[in-house]
Design a protein around this ligand. Structure first.
Ligand code: ZN
Length: 181
């Protein structure tokens, strides 16, 4: 691989924006799969861990160096979307449609759904760990739909995933069933 360039994060941020709009129209889970891949594989690794400044090209070349923006000398397209990107971190974690709450992504977050009187806290180290705990802080009557990540698509993973959720919920005397779409 000779090329030192690579994808610009401004493209990824704008694709995430488009994906948000498409998801709001059709609710397709493959939109969330895509969104998660972009968020974890590109946007999360786009920032200098010391300064918080973002880089321009994120090369796929092994061992390639990165050039990060500086606060006064650079204002690339990716710096502009780099200011917007942190707002994407929690944007698609939860969604709702009528009385259903969708847990779309696995990120440590809190949700306070005031209109439904419902609040939860998600505790997870995903993708470093393959577990996520949903702690319901304030009850409410609603349907909870939890996304099964695309990388768990083989049938045995899906079955184990759903079975474990059902067992855990039945202990709390909550009705649960598997739904595929
Ligand atoms: Zn750019």
């Amino acid at each position: 691989m000779q090329a030192t360039g690579g994808p610009e994060s401004c493209n990824s941020v704008n694709m995430m924006r488009l994906t948000e709009a498409l998801y709001q129209m059709d609710g397709r889970m493959d939109r969330v799969d895509y969104y998660e891949r972009v968020l974890l594989n590109h946007i999360a690794g786009n920032f200098d861990p010391e300064t918080g400044m973002c880089c321009y090209y994120t090369s796929m070349r092994p061992g390639q160096y990165r050039v990060y923006a500086d606060p006064y000398g650079c204002f690339w397209c990716c710096v502009g979307t780099g200011l917007q990107a942190p707002a994407k971190l929690a944007r698609m974690v939860y969604a709702n449609y009528e009385d259903t709450l969708f847990v779309n992504m696995f990120l440590p977050t809190t949700l306070d759904w005031k209109e439904r009187g419902f609040a939860l806290e998600q505790q997870t180290a995903y993708p470093d760990k393959d577990t996520s705990s949903l702690v319901i802080r304030q009850g409410g009557r609603l349907k909870l739909a939890i996304r099964c990540p695309y990388c768990w698509n083989p049938a045995h993973y899906v079955s184990a995933f759903v079975a474990r959720i059902i067992i855990m919920l039945r202990r709390k005397k909550v009705t649960a069933r598997a739904v595929t779409s």
